[in-house]
Design a protein around this ligand. Structure first.
Ligand code: NAD
Ligand code: LMR
Length: 340
């Protein structure tokens, strides 16, 4: 073999070695819905996703998977429908993302979805506990504030609970906060950072505008208006869709960003930080969203709330009892499930 060919092969091998990534199987439950389909489209383009398993009760799911499978990316995509296929869908998954369940209509609160969605989350989590108990579980389904405790209690009941692997996806609140603040600040929204903590419903959504970067030049009224708009961003979309559902495309964008953070952590990347609603002891609420350092086993470290001013402290005080009420509803729901 000539020296130059040898060098070429060595360089090629070196490139493969230094850029090689572990690839992961990601399952989406509720994959044929308003969020599920665009989320699958985005995940199909993520180089960290080697296998994309799409599950939904809707019979179009295998078709959605065939459609996506024609995209020339390296992610193998398969569709599953019917409870008997849930096992194959979940088996070997490192990450499970759940947007299964009903969305709001105008006039409804997220809590009004509890009746229809609590049972869906409980059933799907039972299946995760059986078929991929070590997966990172990312819950989009509303009411997130109650669904995360439901999933946690189910995993606990099944003897496979790891609080570092269960997340309520609150990323859309951060995405909205960046967008709305950038509109006021006349900044590039992709470079405008605004921390948002708490939960994912109305007054439990707490934007930390005092820590926005670049900072906002705020009057009292700007602050109230911005805070309210971020807290009611979901309702703004529900009203605009006029009975046609809630945020789907911006949510898929946000969920893809969250999934990517989880995958980068799993892949061993350092300094991956993303907030989510998780089991927590940073406030009197047993679950709370704060920035998290992510790693191979999920949450490496909860980075906590950090410095807040009096305005934000008051928002936290108002949110905690509301969160406690939703959490209790979730915990009681699982307690009252008939034992199988
Ligand atoms: P959608 O009705 O368009 O889609 C939901 C999908 O779930 C449907 O395809 C349906 O067939 C499927 N489904 C229902 N029961 C199922 C089950 N048992 N197993 C598998 N699939 C099942 O609704 P959407 O607009 O995609 O919203 C989904 C959920 O996400 C809603 O609860 C909504 O409130 C919530 N949401 C959360 C956020 C957030 O920030 N966390 C943002 C937007 C929407
Ligand atoms: C959102 O914030 O857009 C979602 O929680 C959906 C909703 O019902 O508002």
């Amino acid at each position: 073999m000539s020296l130059s060919l040898n060098r070429l092969i060595t360089r090629k091998l070196l490139t493969i070695f230094t850029t090689s990534k572990r690839n992961f199987k990601v399952a989406v439950l509720g994959a044929s819905g308003g969020i599920g389909q665009p989320l699958a489209l985005l995940l199909k383009q993520n180089p960290l996703v080697s296998q994309l398993a799409l599950y939904d009760v809707s019979k179009i799911t295998p078709g959605v998977a065939v459609d996506l499978s024609h995209m020339n990316t390296c992610t193998l995509t398969e569709g599953f429908t019917g409870e008997d296929q849930l096992c194959t869908c979940l088996y070997g998954s490192s990450v499970v993302i759940i947007p299964a369940g009903l969305p709001r209509k105008p006039g409804m609160s997220r809590d009004d979805l509890f009746k229809s969605n609590a049972g869906i989350i409980a059933n799907l989590t039972c299946a995760i506990a059986r078929f991929c108990p070590c997966a990172m579980i990312c819950i989009i389904t509303n009411p997130v504030n109650a669904c995360v405790p439901i999933a946690s209690e189910i995993m606990c009941k099944c003897g496979v609970y790891d609080p570092n692997r269960i997340f309520g996806v609150t990323t859309l609140d951060l995405v909205r906060a960046s967008t709305f603040v950038a509109e006021v600040n006349l900044t590039n929204p992709t470079c405008q950072y605004v921390p948002v903590i708490g939960g994912h419903a109305g007054a439990t959504i707490i934007p930390l505008l005092s820590r926005s970067c670049p900072p906002i030049l705020m009057s009292g009224t700007t602050r109230d208006t911005l805070t309210k708009r971020i807290q009611e961003g979901g309702t703004e979309v529900v009203a605009a869709k006029a009975g046609g559902g809630s945020a789907t495309l911006s949510m898929a964008f946000a969920a893809a960003r969250f999934a990517n953070a989880i995958l980068r952590g799993l892949n061993g990347e350092e300094n991956v930080v993303e907030p989510a609603y998780v089991k927590s002891n940073v406030t009197a609420s047993a679950y709370f969203s704060t920035p998290l350092l992510l790693g191979r086993c999920g949450i490496k470290e909860n980075l906590g709330i950090g410095k807040v001013d009096q305005y934000e402290q008051d928002l936290i005080c108002k949110a905690v009892p509301m969160l406690q009420k939703s959490i209790k509803a979730g915990v009681d729901f699982v307690k009252n499930l008939p034992s199988k």
